[in-house]
Ligand binder design. Structure first.
Ligand code: NDP
Length: 311
């Protein structure tokens, strides 16, 4: 005998994969419950998205997300806020914990995404929110006539630099290698701006964040010459990739060595548990692939309930 309602589907996460899974499962009359935490998804932290099909002029990331959620709600998807901190397999159901509150579900879609990686250097935590940031797109306007350091060599670093370029008086883009890994189009946009206002610092690592009340500099080291120096700056923007949000699933759902959910398509090692979006994808990580896997997970959940459980 199981106490409490057992939901058909619980979707954990609040990004585009979650909303897509919510839309599909709601339209399949499965009455999904979506539990999402306080952290914003990647699209809500970005500005213009130019590579999501169907929007020839581009679409603002936060608008895209808000509309996807609205679309799912229109078909009856139920959303609640909550930070999922436990997950276990019960007898004929899965149990999802949000503190003391427990939710039961026949099928679960994990779409908890990935969070901005930190460098783990002295001063980083102390000055987080006081000059250290993971979102230039959010904070760029505060850097009018100020100096900023961006660290990273991927698309996010390029995008953060472009966002800051509109406001800051000087930007240092610091990368640990000699070549960026960002897409060519993003690199080209940055390299075109290289000059007095934008300095690109290759082969260099950030060692420490310096400041008093707020950030006033970063200590860096050229890893070829071994030389250390201090760059005076008002802010440090981290764009060094993401780590998957899989802590509550560790030990229950199979994860790879970097902590991403291991999937075959969107299937995990547990029957009825599927994963979609960045939490299971370290290769493509695009809005459209995330939405695509959200759709796949929803269809798999529907088929699992119908064909395996016979409900
Ligand atoms: P990426 O994983 O692509 O890049 C992370 C960067 O951070 C790499 O250059 C890496 O260096 C560097 N890095 C990682 N750890 C450290 C460290 N400890 N110290 C210093 N540098 C470090 O992540 P992104 O967030 O940039 O992009 C993720 C995905 O999102 C990608 O698929 C990207 O295409 C997509 N994206 C697309 C955008 C767009 O199209 N407009 C915008 C933003 C993201 P190294 O190169 O040496 O490994």
């Amino acid at each position: 005998m199981v106490k409490g309602e057992i939901r058909n589907v619980v979707i954990i996460g609040g990004g585009i994969s979650s909303h897509t899974a919510a839309l599909y499962t709601a339209r399949a009359s499965l009455k999904p419950l979506i539990i999402s935490g306080p952290e914003l998804d990647q699209l809500s932290l970005t500005t213009l998205v130019e590579n999501y099909p169907g929007f020839p002029e581009g679409v603002q990331g936060p608008d895209l997300i808000a509309n996807c959620k609205k679309q799912a709600q229109k078909f009856g998807a139920e959303y609640i806020e909550g930070f999922v901190d436990s997950f276990k397999k019960g007898n004929g159901f899965y149990e999802i914990g949000v503190g003391k509150k427990k939710y039961k579900a026949l099928s679960v879609i994990i779409s908890t995404g990935a969070s901005a990686r930190r460098l783990g250097i002295p001063g980083e935590d102390k000055y987080f929110g006081r000059g250290v940031s993971t979102c230039a797109v959010c904070d760029a306007a505060l850097y009018k006539n100020k100096v900023a350091v961006v660290v990273g060599g991927g698309d996010a670093a390029m995008e953060e630099t472009l966002a800051l370029y509109k406001f800051a008086k000087k930007i240092y883009l610091v990368h640990r290698k000699e070549e960026f890994r960002a897409s060519q189009i993003m690199q080209d946009r940055i390299l075109k701006l290289k000059g007095d206002k934008l300095k690109i610092v290759y082969n260099t690592e950030v060692l420490e964040v310096l400041g008093d009340k707020l950030v006033n500099g970063v200590k860096v080291k050229n890893n070829k010459a071994g030389k250390e120096e201090i760059i005076k700056t008002d802010g440090l923007f981290l764009a060094v990739g993401h780590v998957p949000n899989t802590k509550p699933f560790d030990g229950v759902v199979e994860l790879d060595k970097q902590g991403f959910v291991k999937t075959n398509g969107v299937k995990t090692n547990l029957p009825g548990v599927f994963a979609a979006g960045d939490v299971q994808d370290y290769i493509y990580k695009q809005a459209i692939t995330s939405a695509g896997t959200g759709c796949m997970a929803a269809l798999e959940a529907e088929w699992y309930i119908e064909r395996v459980l016979g409900k």
